[in-house]
Ligand binder design. Structure first.
Ligand SMILES: Nc1ncnc2c1ncn2[C@@H]1O[C@H](COP(=O)(O)OP(=O)(O)OP(=O)(O)O)[C@@H](O)[C@H]1O
Ligand SMILES: [Mg+2]
Length: 269
């Protein structure tokens, strides 16, 4: 089943187009990573799927909703089905691991129990299961500001799972983590993908991890998809293309800049 379907999708800010006429279909249960150099539009594409960046052209369907014309009520429902893991974790630092994870369940809990952090035995069981999936159960009552970066990231994943989402979007979930923590976090995302059938779309800067963990890789450059396929078909020449065109573009941008002290600027002034 297709969960995400973009056709000639252009996303951007104001009138600036960042993701350019992209065609992309993602099916339920995929574990997909988006790779590419900095500034090519990976986060913009990810946040577009969560309906938080403007559609400047084309169409985008997510979980059967036409994102371009979605109504407010439907948008809330759609977002409740998408767990987002931000690079900065977005945890409430003074709250415990347990309460942070439980906040993912807010949309399916009565207001009273959400406000007073009252959990039924069934909810405790469920929360414990999520903590076990990410391996943080021993820290259940610890405050989040006392955790390491890798532990915080695992809490953020557990909170996303607690949302009972159909899709998890993870924006650079392992940046600034050491290799052991990075691997643990990716294993956790893989468990969420395999155990609950949650579709995972993750922006990654580490190609070797994308190759190892993901079933499909999207290579982006300058707002366009230039590779879409399984890790084993991604050859070095394509990797070079993904990472080098943009450098050329950046070089061109730098060359086009006029510095007050450069001879060319002086001669054209
Ligand atoms: N809120 C915003 N308003 C205006 N421009 C933005 C905004 N967010 C991002 N951009 C611009 O959009 C372009 C793509 O940014 P984006 O964050 O999607 O890149 P990225 O591929 O995720 O980069 P990185 O790997 O560094 O996270 C950049 O030129 C950036 O400056
Ligand atoms: Mg980004």
């Amino acid at each position: 089943m297709d969960q995400i379907c973009a056709k000639k999708l252009t996303l951007g800010y104001g009138r600036k187009d960042v993701v350019k006429a992209v065609d992309l279909t993602i099916r339920k249960g995929e574990f997909l990573s988006i790779i590419g150099p900095s500034g090519v539009g990976k986060s913009t594409l990810l946040m577009g799927i969560n309906a938080t960046t403007s559609i400047l052209g084309g169409t985008l369907k997510v979980l059967g909703n036409d994102v371009g014309s979605i109504r407010h009520g439907d948008l809330k429902t759609l977002r409740s089905k998408i767990g987002v893991i931000f690079q900065g974790f977005n945890l409430v630092s003074r709250m415990s691991v347990l309460d942070n994870i439980a906040s993912g369940m807010l949309h399916r809990k009565p207001l009273f129990s959400a406000l007073f952090k009252h959990y039924t035995p069934r909810q405790y069981e469920e929360l414990y299961e999520y903590m076990k999936v990410v391996g943080i159960e021993e820290e259940a009552l610890s405050r989040c500001d006392r955790l390491s970066g890798g532990q915080k990231q695992r809490v953020a994943i557990a909170r996303a799972i607690a949302q009972n989402p159909e899709i998890i979007l993870a924006d650079e979930p392992i940046s600034s983590l050491d290799p052991v923590s990075a691997r643990a976090v990716l294993e956790t995302l893989r468990s969420a993908n395999e155990k609950y059938g949650i579709t995972v779309v993750a922006n990654l800067h580490q190609l070797e991890y994308a190759r190892e963990f993901c079933t499909r890789i999207i290579g982006m450059n300058n707002g366009r998809i230039i590779y879409d396929g399984p890790p084993e078909r991604l050859c070095q020449a394509t990797v070079d293309q993904i990472y080098s065109c943009s450098s050329r573009q950046e070089m061109q941008d730098v060359k086009n800049m006029r510095f007050p002290f450069s001879p060319s600027a002086a001669s054209t002034a």
